[in-house]
Design a binder for this molecule. Structure first.
Ligand SMILES: Nc1nc2c(ncn2[C@@H]2O[C@H](COP(=O)(O)OP(=O)(O)OP(=O)(O)O)[C@@H](O)[C@H]2O)c(=O)[nH]1
Ligand SMILES: [Mg+2]
Length: 200
């Protein structure tokens, strides 16, 4: 719930990353508190909303969960264009997904919004025994690229709320002077939503 007198920020957030890294699982854990061992691959994209109340602002997230399969790559700009925040996800048990995550970061830097709040997320932290990507590698890449870094597990819920709270805090800080009702969404977003609807 919005707190009285609190500024409201409506922010488009996009999740990008290789197929199977856990993008949908992260969102489902955050929005519905659910996790499925056999989560279906996303087709095109899925849309979710969630509200977080901080002391300094209420953040309404419009979340675009994109499909990681290569054949959907060309759709991605439609989802990251105008996004206030991006979450780039890899799987700690797969070096290939880390390589893919770095490419997403480069693509966003070339074509995205320079003010975008960007998070690099190393998911499946519960699979530590199968780890291929070290924490330090994710941390270092994030620092070099002005992003923040978090290791998460959608399965155990470790760091999931923390991730979205941190994004919300950074959004509130990035838009300090705006008054109630800031809309950080792309103008075309509502049209897009009708084309590629929805779950959540
Ligand atoms: N062990 C473990 N498995 C996870 C975790 N997150 C997701 N998974 C599993 O990984 C598989 C893929 O998860 P999804 O959430 O569908 O991955 P995605 O990134 O949305 O995949 P696409 O929609 O194809 O891009 C599913 O079987 C999930 O149950 C996690 O934190 N730990
Ligand atoms: Mg998915």
């Amino acid at each position: 719930m919005a707190r009285p007198g609190n500024k409201i920020i409506q922010a488009k957030l996009v999740l990008l990353g290789d197929m199977g890294t856990g993008k949908t699982s992260l969102v489902l854990r955050f929005v519905k508190g659910q996790f499925f061992d056999h989560q279906e691959p996303t087709i095109g994209a899925a849309f979710f909303t969630q509200i977080l109340s901080l002391t300094e602002a209420t953040v309404k997230f419009d979340i675009w969960d994109t499909a990681g399969q290569e054949r959907y790559h060309s759709l991605a700009p439609m989802y990251y264009r105008g996004a206030a925040a991006a979450v780039i996800v890899y799987d700690i048990s797969s070096m290939d997904t880390f390589v893919r995550a770095k490419r997403w970061v480069q693509e966003l830097q070339r074509q995205g919004n320079p003010k975008m709040v960007m998070a690099l997320v190393a998911n499946k932290l519960d699979l530590d025994s199968k780890r291929e990507v070290q924490n330090e590698d994710g941390e270092q890449f994030s620092q070099e690229n002005g992003m923040f870094f978090m290791e998460t597990s959608a399965k155990t819920a470790q760091n999931i709320n923390e991730l979205f709270y941190e994004i919300a805090k950074r959004l509130a800080k990035a838009y300090p002077s705006k008054s109630t009702g800031v809309n950080l969404n792309d103008e075309t977003e509502s049209r897009t939503r009708n084309l590629f609807c929805c779950s959540g």
